[in-house]
Design a protein around this ligand. Structure first.
Ligand code: NAD
Length: 532
């Protein structure tokens, strides 16, 4: 009889949570070092709750300094061997990794739904977007090719891309995503595949609010054949982040999260001589022109504003209504009312709860402030509770109209299922409004006019532009190209794709001179090499 596969994590490819039922004895989350799960000796833990019920799911340790040092030492020890392995050999491991992620797709999604709250369909999309980065990283041999040029007689210059050493990734609880697709698996996968295929060893710090998917991903990495110490996981909050920022062994940091944490991490990490790429917060606008296809535009806006309960850095959070399109709002309200807010494991759920009670309170208070400042609450999701889950962090879809740029609900990233609507008279007024905003992650225009789309494309100051596409996130053969305050350093370093490879490698140029008289007369090798 086949034995049931086991896992320290308590889940397997076929056995994982399928409901919000209370876990009777929740297990603490281990850290991962030397390809083993280990439990921290700390006495300080962060509780993780199911956002639909607020039942305890796990506790995440604030690891001790000695444990953090041990993980860094393990990653450091693993680096020379991993760097020396050919990129073809690393590629074979990446192929195994891709296939294991596919096998564990439903398990990863279920863990995300339980800890993060999003619907199962949405969580599956999260896994897919991360998987696509791992698939693209399988092209590592192509990405790692250098250049060569004969620069003089018998003299040539070559370039080599070399890994940096130990690199760290600090992740948020959330991410971006296309409608219906999103992140706690995706953001670790923005970093692990590109960092490792290029020959670095990695220390990952998942969000303390939803670490589960990252833990499954490292279990799979060990099964795929990554050697000990190549991929590691640490846990904790500020102390762990500060340890990473100050560790002289760590050469580069990838951060995704809020501006408050990210600007601090970028400044302190850079001051310590590290490379830092940091994707930050957002306020994504869509301009709606009267010549757009009304039905398609409104459903795109509803899904991009309210999907994942608005907890995406690419959520469409501001509708800029040009001229008569302000009269389309009642239809948008009807579409938003039809969305089903429920536990993420429930069939038919369109959006789930917010991550914590604090997030819910913050979102509700921003809506209340908007009302006080004179905006109109056309649809109010405050106070909504699905019958089965009265204790979750619920906010239903909310639409605020007649918003002015001076209002707090416009100035702050709300990170909830709230759409703010601003009326303008022309496309140019809309472009001016968007360009004045501090953030520059994503933006979109809805129109049937090629000329208007082109005018928008040329003049808009945001990094990721959609034309009739509400969440224009590029796939991994491109790069994630936010700008302004949405990416530290104004967008100089962008995640994944060829720029991601540049971030994780140092270019070395070698100029050689060999006299043309030097000719070897050794015996020819007749067979094809079999070792890489
Ligand atoms: P967060 O900044 O609270 O947390 C991100 C990480 O930083 C976590 O690992 C956390 O432990 C750590 N951290 C938090 N505060 C810190 C501090 N003061 N000092 C040091 N470390 C700290 O972000 P979040 O709430 O988990 O995620 C939501 C935010 O992430 C939103 O602003 C969203 O727009 C942004 N985000 C951006 C992108 C992007 O690609 N631009 C993608 C996903 C999420």
């Amino acid at each position: 009889m086949a034995t049931q596969p086991t896992s320290v994590l308590g889940t397997t490819a076929t056995s994982f949570p399928r409901s919000h039922e209370k876990i009777t004895s929740p297990k603490d989350t281990p850290f991962f070092v030397g390809n083993e799960f280990r439990y921290s000796k700390t006495e300080s833990f962060i509780d993780v709750h199911d956002p639909a019920t607020n039942n305890l799911v796990t506790r995440v340790p604030q690891m001790t300094k000695a444990e953090l040092e041990e993980v860094v030492a393990s990653a450091k020890d693993a680096f020379p061997g991993w760097k020396a392995m050919s990129v073809i050999a690393r590629q074979r491991i990446m192929f195994n990794y891709v296939s294991l992620i596919k096998e564990n797709w439903d398990r990863l999604a279920a863990v995300i739904t339980l800890e993060q709250g999003k619907t199962l369909a949405d969580a599956k999309g999260d896994v897919l977007r991360g998987l696509q980065v791992a698939e693209a990283a399988c092209a590592g041999p192509e990405y790692m090719k250098g250049e060569v040029l004969e620069v003089a007689k018998d003299m040539e210059t070559r370039t080599y891309k070399e890994p940096l050493g130990v690199v760290a990734a600090i992740c948020p609880f959330s991410g971006y995503s296309l409608p219906g697709l999103d992140f706690p698996a995706m953001i670790p996968l923005w970093c692990i595949p590109i960092a490792t295929i290029t020959g670095n060893t990695v220390i990952l710090k998942p969000s303390e609010r939803d670490p589960g998917a990252a833990m499954v991903l490292v279990e799979l990495a060990e099964k795929a054949g990554f050697p000990k110490g190549v991929i590691n996981v640490v846990h904790g909050t500020h102390d762990t982040v500060n340890f990473i920022l100050d560790s002289p062994t760590i050469k580069a940091i990838s951060f995704v999260g809020s501006n408050k944490a990210g600007e601090y991490i970028y400044t302190r990490g850079s001051a310590n001589g590290k490379r830092v790429q940091a994707n930050l917060g957002a306020k994504n606008h869509a301009i709606v022109l009267p010549d757009s296809d009304k039905e398609a535009t409104l459903s795109s806006i509803a899904s991009a504003a309210f999907g994942a309960a608005g907890q995406r850095c690419m959520a469409l959070s501001v509708a800029v209504l040009v001229g008569e399109t302000r009269d389309w709002l009642p239809e948008l309200v009807e579409q938003a009312k039809a969305l089903h807010v429920d536990g993420g494991f429930e069939d038919g759920a369109d959006l789930g709860p917010l991550i914590t009670p604090q997030s819910k309170a913050r979102v509700e208070s921003l809506v209340a402030d908007a009302e006080k400042e004179g905006a109109k609450i056309l649809l109010d999701g405050r106070g909504y509770k699905p019958k089965q889950y009265p204790n979750g962090n619920w906010v239903g879809p909310t639409i605020i109209s007649d918003v002015r740029p001076s209002m707090q609900c416009y100035k702050e990233e709300i990170f909830g299922p709230v759409l703010v609507c601003i009326n303008v008279d022309s496309l140019d007024d809309g472009i001016e409004l968007i360009n004045k905003n501090d953030y520059g992650n994503g933006t979109a225009v809805f129109t049937s006019s090629g000329a208007s789309a082109e005018r928008f494309r040329r003049n808009i100051e945001a990094g990721q532009v959609g034309v009739n596409v509400p969440i224009p996130v590029p796939l991994p053969m491109f790069s994630f190209t936010g700008n302004k305050r949405s990416m530290a350093g104004g967008g100089a370093n962008t995640f994944y794709g060829r720029p991601g490879v540049s971030f994780y490698t140092q270019t070395k140029t070698v100029t050689s001179k060999w006299s043309s008289q030097n000719v070897s007369s050794g015996k020819a090798e007749m067979s094809m090499p079999t070792q890489s």
